[in-house]
Design a protein around this ligand. Structure first.
Ligand code: AMP
Ligand code: MG
Length: 494
């Protein structure tokens, strides 16, 4: 296939556009235009992403931008399309899915692709309406930018626009469109789609496209042919292992780790019923629709491996030898625990060489947190401060029965020995965020947005984009969750 680079790129909205995915051909997508949304208004913007894209500051006031990102104005040079994919949902083959409400406009010169999520019907909408509601769009917007602030790989979010046009879920809700960006939105499910249909040429074209665009280093391993594809699988396994280690260390629960929600680039993608842990409960289930707890917090690493196994099966016609495919998955099993241990050691400030009992120190503090249901984020942040100040009371006070913690603290103090406590504390404050997007914080921002009061949303975004800084004026965003937070139910409905 010839993915030519000499096509004429066109400029609109001050950006130069192309769409390399479109060059794959019609087996991979259907061309579709965003559907208009009446009287749109701005809900939120990420100024930091806008800066990365090189947008002029006035874009936020521009009606051209507002109309374009709400689906009311065609953007010259883009080639809007909805891609087709399949996937396993909750462990069961679901067949064809596809972009049911996300429309890819194209790539900008930054190398990021831009999608409008909630921009109307596509051939893959199945029985649904192609729309997104304000609450889920605000959650995805805030969490994308929060993850980026936490240095965790993720799709980004540029803005949300809203419209009073009703969208019906359990009740009538406000419509919204989320503008999101990523180097690629290709999912494991894209490969599963062509593999399940025995469309090997399309499968190969997709794998070649992903290698050429995003994993050029896999080309080196080319002879015999299958090795480049095994190298791709291995690279995806490694990125997924790193991503999962970051999720587990920060206390992030994705909620719907179906294979169609797994990024081929190892990005966090498709924010739905996600949750950052409040109390540390390893078996926490954040998705109200997940009655079996398949996607419980502590099952995420195993599910990721299961999903990688599905990807390996999908790539088998290209890799050819089962043993090569299995070998390409192997790094997940070693890399995930190594990476997780590295992340957890960083949370404890242990960035020097590993001591023999470090793993035990980590396991023991996690079981103490679990036993008492201690707030995960607050514990680590207070610990980071206590190491610097020498006053352990704020951490100790978190435990109803502090004897277990006291014993652990003595061992920890011995382990850090004579290192500078100030330096250690500073490093820990860069590993343990003060702010995460707790469910109740998202909820407050959503309640405001529904009244067209966007102040809480904007201030929350500001702290989440720099979650390791103190932001003393926003102390309340770092508080324990209020009692009503436990009654928030987040399901797949969005
Ligand atoms: P999700 O669980 O949100 O990743 O969605 C699973 C599949 O359902 C994807 O193919 C989505 O595009 C599709 N989908 C979800 N909500 C809608 C909607 N409101 N309209 C059309 N398709 C949808
Ligand atoms: Mg999805």
């Amino acid at each position: 296939m010839n993915l030519s680079t000499d096509r004429h790129d066109k400029t609109d909205l001050g950006l130069t556009w192309r769409n390399t995915f479109a060059e794959l051909g019609d087996d991979f997508y259907t061309r579709v235009s965003p559907q208009p949304l009446p009287d749109p208004y701005w809900v939120a913007h990420s100024t930091s992403l806008a800066r990365e894209l090189g947008l002029t500051p006035s874009w936020q006031q521009s009606d051209e931008w507002l109309q374009a990102l709400s689906g009311n104005r065609a953007v010259a040079g883009t080639e809007p399309l909805a891609s087709v994919y399949s996937g396993h949902q909750f462990g069961v083959w679901a067949g064809q899915l596809g972009d049911g409400r996300a429309i890819l406009l194209g790539q900008t010169a930054s190398g990021l692709e831009l999608q409008l999520k909630g921009a109307g019907l596509t051939p893959y909408s199945r029985m649904a309406d192609g729309r997104a509601v304000l609450r889920s769009s605000v959650r995805e917007f805030l969490c994308s930018e929060a993850m980026h602030g936490l240095q965790i790989p993720t799709t980004r979010a540029l803005c949300v626009t809203g419209s009073d046009a009703p969208v019906y879920r359990e009740t009538a809700e406000t419509a919204a469109v989320l503008t999101r960006l990523a180097p690629s939105f290709v999912r494991f499910g894209h490969f599963e789609h062509f593999s399940a249909r025995a469309q090997v040429e399309q499968l190969r074209a997709l794998a070649d496209y992903v290698i050429d665009q995003h994993y050029p280093q896999c080309r080196g391993a080319e002879s015999p042919g299958g090795k480049a594809y095994a190298a791709l699988l291995q690279a995806v396994s490694e990125r997924t292992a790193k991503l999962l280690a970051q999720w587990q260390a920060i206390g992030f629960c994705h909620g719907v780790m179906n294979t169609d929600n797994m990024s081929i680039l190892g990005l966090t993608i498709d924010y739905g019923p996600f949750q950052f842990l409040d109390a540390y409960q390893p078996g926490h289930i954040c998705n109200h629709s997940d009655t079996q707890g398949r996607y419980a917090f502590n099952r995420q690493p195993n599910v990721a491996y299961w999903n990688l196994f599905c990807l390996a099966q999908a790539l088998l016609p290209l890799i050819e030898e089962q043993s090569l495919a299995m070998a390409a998955l192997e790094p997940f099993k070693t890399m995930f625990p190594q990476e997780l241990e590295r992340q957890m050691r960083a949370k404890l400030g242990l960035t020097d060489s590993t001591a023999p009992n470090d793993r035990l120190l980590i396991e023991d503090i996690l079981s103490l947190l679990a036993r008492s249901g201690i707030d995960y984020t607050i514990f680590w942040r207070r610990l980071s401060h206590s190491v610097g100040s020498g006053d352990v009371t704020p951490v100790r006070d978190l435990f109803l029965e502090p004897a277990g913690f006291d014993g652990w603290w003595l061992r920890y103090a011995q382990r850090i020995g004579a290192q500078s406590r100030q330096q250690l504390s500073q490093a820990m404050l860069r590993a343990n965020p003060k702010f995460v997007l707790r469910n109740h914080l998202a909820e407050l921002a959503i309640q405001g947005a529904k009244r067209q009061d966007f102040a809480a949303l904007a201030s929350l975004l500001e702290v989440l984009q720099a979650p390791f800084d103190e932001h003393p004026e926003f102390e309340h965003y770092a508080d324990f969750p209020p009692d009503w937070a436990h009654s928030i139910e987040i399901s797949c409905s969005s």
